[in-house]
Design a protein around this ligand. Structure first.
Ligand code: HEC
Length: 130
């Protein structure tokens, strides 16, 4: 009787740790350590992926009305303005801190890897208006 429930307890513990172990090793962070947790780069679009990054970190200085005073006259609001900076290399150059570009966001920490990957993958796919 006692042996039976001990065995059952042991079975449950091993089953639980096996499940935990297999989840851990299947996790995205383990398989793709360069992409941080919850970084979904499978379907990147301008409107759903790139714009939220710009809104969070960039548009306070680079919107149409603030760009003159805060953003060095560089406007990133709206697809065509953003596309110009994607095409001339300065959008990716500035957020990934490449030499020759002003590092963005100005006076703040570098963007997280996920946000930089989103911008980079969007540009590599031809920066479509999607
Ligand atoms: C606090 C205001 C501010 C924020 C926030 C900001 N910028 Fe800027 N940005 C500037 C200013 C000012 C310049 C003009 C160059 C300089 O002063 O360094 C500039 C320049 C740029 C340039 C041109 C860089 C070059 O070397 O040609 C790009 C592209 C740019 N910003 C993109 C961004 C992006 C993308 C973000 C968000 C990740 C961002 N900026 C956030 C103020 C800001």
């Amino acid at each position: 009787m006692a042996g039976n429930s001990l065995n059952r307890g042991f079975f449950i513990i091993s089953a639980a740790s096996f499940l935990f172990w297999s989840c851990y090793y299947d996790s995205k962070e383990y398989l793709f350590p360069e992409i941080s947790t919850n970084c979904d780069t499978t379907t990147i679009t301008y409107s759903r992926s790139v714009v939220p990054v710009l809104e969070n970190y960039c548009l306070s200085c680079h919107n149409t009305s603030s760009a003159g005073s805060l953003g060095g006259n560089i406007i990133l609001e709206g697809y065509s303005n953003c596309k110009l900076k994607a095409d001339d290399g300065s959008l990716l150059g500035s957020v990934s801190h490449q030499s020759g570009y002003s590092y963005m966001p100005k006076n703040s920490a570098k963007l997280d890897d996920c946000s930089i990957s989103i911008i980079e993958l969007w540009i590599k796919s031809g920066s479509p208006n999607n």
